[in-house]
Design a protein around this ligand. Structure first.
Ligand SMILES: Nc1ncnc2c1ncn2[C@@H]1O[C@H](COP(=O)(O)OP(=O)(O)O)[C@@H](O)[C@H]1O
Ligand code: SF4
Ligand SMILES: [Mg+2]
Length: 338
């Protein structure tokens, strides 16, 4: 069976005053039904751009140059903006943003905002008018209860600023689930929360994914979160997928030097991120060959010769590094022959 979401060879550029930024170059991922896929990478690696491309909300200066985004058997890149807005976003794909304050309108009550989304995007159940609205209110209250929001009926009558950060994030999870989507996408939704609240929300998300039979694409820069929440993992660096596979095998035996460096920043997987020496290259001028080469402890001459192809590591993960492919040997033989 096809994965619920499959991104293949995605290349995205964004035009800027300084030139064309190669923000994503050959990103791929597979999210199986009912599973949680983590997308991890440092800030600036292209995680949010990947999500925007999937949802069809790239900035005006952005363009998908190449690739495919398959969702429930359809290539989303063939959809018009009107089709994405009407049939995909909110209805089939729910989104949990990083900053709930920016996502909620401060001048409207929470209930009216969430019910408006449901009015347009909730699947039809044969009811209309006040009966339909009553059902929507019932579903929202059920979700808020499940998300442990105190006094769910009263919560619908309050304004966003009357909730704590953790409660607002729960409201947005309810909003993302309100229209019964098949896929939830979350962009670093717990980054601004304290550790205890973050842990409670991750636990709830895990339970809800199982109960509601949705799949979750969860973007984070934090390996602690990955270990706690995810089944599968896609590590991206400078706009490229560098390692992907089941979380357990990657955490037990990380293969790509970037994954290993990221993990070394979390010695006990609970400490805060310390950082890898050096920085993510600008997408305006990515280094030739392997994009991690300027920061890689294992770098060799061949690494700058071209973009390393994906290969399979012993752990079973797909890895983009010359150490795992015959590519370097092939290239050396070919250059020797010519
Ligand atoms: N609208 C934009 N205009 C110019 N550059 C952008 C824009 N959006 C993102 N970028 C650049 O693309 C790269 C990836 O950004 P982003 O997708 O936000 O990364 P992440 O979410 O992993 O931090 C960064 O170098 C960022 O500066
Ligand atoms: S291809 Fe070379 S530079 Fe890139 S990660 Fe592998 S060893 Fe390091
Ligand atoms: Mg981001």
């Amino acid at each position: 069976m096809m994965p619920l979401l499959s991104v293949r060879g995605l290349k995205v550029t964004i035009r800027t005053d300084e030139g064309t930024a190669q923000v994503l170059d050959d990103v791929g991922l597979d999210l199986e039904r009912g599973r949680i896929l983590g997308v991890v990478g440092e800030s600036g690696c292209g995680k949010s751009t990947l999500i925007r491309a999937i949802m069809g909300i790239l900035p005006r200066a952005g363009a998908v140059e190449r690739g495919e985004i398959w969702f429930e058997g359809e290539n989303l890149l063939s959809f018009s903006e009107a089709e994405l807005a009407r049939d995909v976003r909110s209805s089939r794909i729910g989104f949990i943003p990083q900053d709930p304050l920016l996502a909620l309108n401060p001048v409207f009550k929470v209930g009216s905002q969430l019910l408006e989304v449901m009015r347009w995007h909730a699947p039809s159940d044969g009811t209309r008018g006040s009966e339909r609205r009553k059902r929507h209110v019932g579903r929202l209250i059920g979700l808020l209860k499940r998300l442990q929001v105190p006094d769910p009926e009263g919560a619908l009558e309050r304004y966003p600023h009357q909730f704590s950060g953790g409660q607002r994030q729960r409201l947005l999870i309810a909003a993302a689930l309100a229209c019964s989507p098949r896929l939830l996408i979350a962009d670093e939704p717990t980054t601004a929360l304290d550790v205890t609240t973050q842990h409670q929300i991750l636990l709830l998300l895990r339970e809800l994914v199982a109960e509601l039979a949705v799949s979750l694409l969860f973007v984070t820069h934090d390996f602690g979160v990955v270990a706690e929440l995810c089944d599968d993992l896609c590590v991206i660096y400078a706009g490229q997928t560098v390692e992907s596979g089941p979380v357990r095998s990657i955490l037990d035996s990380p293969a790509h030097p970037y994954t290993r460096a990221l993990l070394a920043c979390h010695p006990d997987r609970a400490t805060s991120f310390r950082g890898i020496p050096g920085s993510v290259p600008s997408p305006l001028a990515p280094p030739p060959g392997c994009r991690f080469a300027p920061r890689c402890g294992d770098v060799r001459a061949i690494c700058s010769a071209g973009n390393p192809p994906q290969a399979r590591a012993e752990s079973g993960a797909e890895v983009r590094c010359v150490q795992y492919s015959d590519w370097s040997a092939d290239l050396l033989v070919r250059s020797h022959e010519s």
